[in-house]
Design a protein around this ligand. Structure first.
Ligand SMILES: Nc1nc2c(ncn2[C@@H]2O[C@H](COP(=O)(O)OP(=O)(O)OP(=O)(O)O)[C@@H](O)[C@H]2O)c(=O)[nH]1
Ligand SMILES: [Mg+2]
Length: 388
């Protein structure tokens, strides 16, 4: 077992001995794999340092290396792509995605930190600000308690320093769920994608495929949403954009489609199968149970699969996300999460609530509808994006 993303981005030596996957990956990556390695190394090894007066570690943080997928791809032809977004770096893109959350927090935070006195009223107001951004009660409490303790220990009196300390504490909390995907040397590596209706599963699969192709992996998509009429076509559009095979069937059995896809991937030596599924609500017990059945059938092909079971969450869902995690986790044992639509909500604090209440690794975040708008979750970037 080894670090999936590091290896993916670095290139998996063992894969080099395999026959080249058939003509599907898009243009080879021009990006230095070192740059992504550096990003991940930084986030994996960092231990949050004590706050330094007037010289925050976070502010002093090194410039984030650029990733290849930082740039809007030529394949991405979504017409509304604003010109200025074309040059955004990895952290800038995350920052841009979290603008609404940051704006909502900073209105209150700015007036709070302009107040000289850091007293109980200050902490009460700060707590309300965090809760309003969907950080949740438990996580807000933890943050405030830690803040109080360290403000005292480090004798912080200045609002700007306090804000930096808050960012450090938030980063520490988010580190709980900053865990890169693990790739076992298994072909095909199967990623099962689940979630409620409209969470962004299919779109995310399209973006994830692009990200994996960019790193030289071959991908096959399984159209496991046999429920919604237009689901196959929607997935096929993403397949065409990425120039990868999408396997679908006329039958209404998602397990059969996914099984078939795994067989096909095995025969063709494809590295990764990403399986889409129909949207379902936590209250629809029979549909939730159907996921367990899908998983059982996948295991008939390969006992170790699915190697990754991802719940896609819509950031607009708010605190209900915690409930969704619980229900889906009980049904299919989640190994990772992807939070979408952070660009459209002021409630990005939900990620902190997850870190506190149900810390399942957050693999990626969606910050837009375009093909390059899926980013690896980084606690530090996220905290920076929320608080600036
Ligand atoms: N702004 C924004 N929109 C997104 C993001 N991810 C997905 N969407 C949009 O959300 C809508 C629903 O996305 P889908 O991918 O169809 O969601 P789904 O979970 O597959 O939906 P069902 O298959 O019906 O359950 C689409 O309009 C997407 O473009 C994101 O990160 N940001
Ligand atoms: Mg879908």
């Amino acid at each position: 077992m080894f670090d999936f993303l590091k290896k993916i981005f670095k290139g998996n030596d063992s894969k080099k001995t395999e026959s080249k996957p058939p003509k599907q990956p898009s243009a080879p990556s021009k990006k230095s794999s070192k740059s992504i390695e550096e990003v991940k190394k930084k986030t994996v090894t960092k231990k949050t340092p004590p706050i330094q007066k007037n010289k925050s570690k976070l502010i002093a943080a090194k410039t984030k290396p650029k990733l290849k997928n930082d740039k809007i791809s030529v394949q991405d032809q979504t017409p509304e792509a604003p010109e200025q977004q074309k040059t955004l770096s990895f952290s800038e893109k995350i920052k841009a995605g979290l603008k609404k959350t940051r704006d909502a927090i900073s209105v209150n935070l700015s007036s709070l930190i302009s107040i000289k006195k850091i007293d109980q009223n200050f902490y009460d107001d700060l707590e309300m600000t965090l809760i309003a951004a969907d950080v949740g009660y438990a996580a807000s409490q933890q943050i405030i308690e830690e803040l109080k303790k360290r403000v005292k220990q480090e004798r912080i009196e200045d609002g700007t320093e306090l804000k930096q300390l808050l960012k450090v504490i938030l980063t520490e909390l988010l580190m709980e769920i900053e865990k890169p995907l693990i790739h076992i040397k298994q072909t095909p590596f199967v990623i099962l994608v689940v979630g409620v209706n409209g969470a962004g599963k299919t779109t995310t699969i399209g973006k994830l495929t692009k990200l994996l192709l960019d790193e030289g992996k071959s991908v096959l998509i399984a159209a496991g949403d046999t429920f919604r009429a237009a689901a196959k076509e929607q997935l096929q559009v993403w397949g065409d954009r990425n120039n990868v095979t999408v396997i679908s069937q006329e039958t209404g059995d998602p397990s059969a489609v996914i099984y078939d896809s795994m067989q096909s991937a095995k025969a063709k030596g494809i590295d990764i199968v990403i399986a889409d599924t129909a949207g379902r609500l936590p209250t629809q017990k029979h549909l939730i149970d159907e996921l367990a059945k899908i998983k059982k059938v996948i295991k008939k092909f390969d006992e170790s699969a699915p190697h990754e079971t991802i719940l896609v969450l819509d950031a607009n869902t708010g605190q209900n996300a915690i409930n969704q995690i619980k229900t889906f986790n009980e049904a299919v044992t989640l190994t990772g999460l992807i939070m979408t639509k952070l660009d459209g909500t002021a409630k990005g604090g939900i990620v902190a609530a997850i870190a506190k209440e149900n810390p399942i690794p957050l693999r990626f975040i969606g910050v837009g509808e375009k093909i390059d708008d899926l980013k690896i979750f980084s606690a530090e970037d996220y905290a920076e994006g929320m608080l600036e």
